[in-house]
Design a protein around this ligand. Structure first.
Ligand SMILES: Cc1cc2nc3c(=O)[nH]c(=O)nc-3n(C[C@H](O)[C@H](O)[C@H](O)COP(=O)(O)OP(=O)(O)OC[C@H]3O[C@@H](n4cnc5c(N)ncnc54)[C@H](O)[C@@H]3O)c2cc1C
Length: 462
């Protein structure tokens, strides 16, 4: 990645020292906020992490994701030709992507931008390049972070396996693999008997696998966030369990300066604030004067704690578009994209689809294992399947991917109030991209020339 000199308006680097000692409020303690807090502490800043929820708790996307830390996740959701499939997504309720009719009017402008972002190969090449800058060394960054937080074994690098029924299905994704290859992602082919020796319980209809050997995964994403936050607290960060509501400003030599973050527990004095509140970030950014198009791509997971399946590494089937990941809690099956209002109740039929597909992939997940029979729980909460407890208690979850229409996060100073830095909108790649995001935020806040070019993530690109 080429280094760029920072635009002069980003951070007042001349006025402030390169190393820390600022009061910084970090809004949100998901994976992004936890990583940002760590990076700012390393720079010597005084950090207050503000979150109404438990760090890494079920309210956060960081709790329930697919746990993939993949340099190969450079392929945006919006790709050339996707638009033609939209009518199908509106009518087929059993596919990997659905749009709730009731949400459609509110989503029209987001969808238009989404289409535009993927309407040409050149556009998706640019997006892939920008994602790669955040993802290329994500496994190494996470391995280091986990070791430093005292949970070294929770991030493991065993590769990530993309599964195809045949070569024709693989060929249908030629552009995706070309984008990965262009960005230095190496993949090794596994076929036939060798593939089934690698993943012995997978249905025989899968004949081809592409293994991204550098890929890693996290064995417990929620607990990992909690460990990172504990480490930040041990390093001097304060954790305030309260909702951030907005900002207070006072006069400064060159215009208004940030003086505090307003929270439901009172004002928190600070000189800088970083917004990393996941799907809630757009509302906070608006308080800072920035209108960012952010939609919830809702996703679901189901977990089999004692799955009778041997799976040494995470897999993703081309015909299901879901992550099946071995975790400390059991086999986690995560996926689905449901475009719906943030406040809409979960549609647990989406979780049932994951269950059904997982059973097709792994016949050993027989009828004795029924996460789809778990009673409906409140939104974003787990529900134990007590009725089937004698066989396999299971859990399910729904959460919000904070997604921009162009598939890139928003990382950089507010256009209106540069004391406020945005670090949100990571959509499908927030776990993987969090460490590089944190480094970029720390560079911007310190006034250093960032190692990662901030241009593609600018706030004012919309
Ligand atoms: C089903 C699914 C599968 C996924 N799979 C993967 C994957 O395999 N790999 C990957 O890299 N990514 C994956 N993702 C995406 C990833 O989980 C997200 O991009 C990432 O977790 C976003 O992290 P975050 O810290 O920005 O937001 P969150 O994790 O949502 O955290 C935001 C935090 O902000 C807090 N908050 C909310 N409002 C306020 C407020 N007003 N004040 C203060 N705090 C507030 C919340 O309580 C929460 O703790 C997946 C997502 C889903 C849903």
């Amino acid at each position: 990645m080429q280094n760029r000199r920072m635009p002069p308006d980003t951070v007042d680097s001349a006025a402030h020292p390169a190393r820390g000692s600022r009061e910084v409020a970090v809004l949100g303690a998901g994976i992004v906020g936890a990583m940002v807090a760590g990076a700012l502490l390393r720079d010597g800043h005084r950090v207050t992490l503000i979150d109404p929820g438990e760090p890494g708790g079920e309210q956060a996307a960081s709790f329930g994701n697919g746990a993939w830390i993949s340099p190969a996740s450079v392929v945006p959701m919006s790709m050339p030709g996707l638009w033609k499939k939209l009518p199908g997504y509106l009518s087929d309720r059993s596919g990997p992507l659905v749009i709730r009719w009731t949400a459609l009017p509110g989503l029209l402008s987001w969808l238009l931008r989404f289409w535009w972002a993927g309407c040409s190969v050149a556009r998706v090449e640019n997006t892939a390049r920008a994602l790669s800058a955040l993802l290329c060394d994500a496994p190494e960054r996470h391995l280091r972070a986990a070791a430093q937080a005292g949970v070294a074994g929770w991030v493991v690098q065993r590769g990530l396996l993309y599964l195809y029924p045949d070569r024709a299905a693989f060929a249908a994704e030629a552009l995706s693999w070309r984008l990965r290859q262009d960005n230095g992602v190496a993949a090794r082919e596994w076929e036939g008997a060798a593939l089934h020796a690698l993943v012995p319980d997978v249905d025989p209809r899968y004949e081809l696998g592409l293994m991204v050997t550098s890929g890693a995964h996290c064995l417990d994403p929620g607990a990992y966030v909690a460990a990172l936050v504990r480490q930040a607290q041990a390093g001097g960060a304060r954790l305030l369990r309260a909702r951030a509501l907005g900002f207070a400003f006072g006069p400064g030599p060159q215009g208004e300066r940030l003086t505090a973050v307003r929270t439901e527990a009172g004002d928190v004095s600070c000189e800088r604030a970083v917004i990393c509140a996941g799907i809630a970030s757009a509302g906070l950014a608006r308080q800072a004067g920035d209108r960012i198009p952010l939609a919830s791509e809702r996703g679901y997971h189901v977990v089999w704690p004692d799955a009778p399946v041997h799976l040494g590494l995470p897999v993703m089937p081309s015909d299901g578009k879901m992550a099946l990941t071995p975790t400390n809690g059991g086999l986690r099956v995560a996926g689905q994209v449901e475009l719906a209002a943030v406040s809409a109740p979960p549609d647990w039929r989406r979780a049932d689809l994951l269950t059904r597909f997982a059973r097709q992939m792994f016949p050993a997940l027989g009828p004795g294992h029924r996460p789809d029979q778990a009673p409906a729980g409140p939104a974003t909460s787990r529900s134990e399947n007590s009725a089937a407890a004698e066989t396999a208690p299971a859990s399910r979850w729904m959460g919000h991917r904070p997604s921009t229409p162009d598939g890139l996060p928003v990382i950089g100073p507010s256009a209106e109030h540069p004391d406020i830095i945005h670090a949100f909108g990571h959509g499908h790649v927030g776990l993987a991209a969090a460490p590089a995001t944190a480094e970029l935020v720390a560079d911007l806040l310190a006034g250093r020339t960032p190692a990662i070019d901030p241009e593609p993530y600018r706030v004012d690109r919309f």
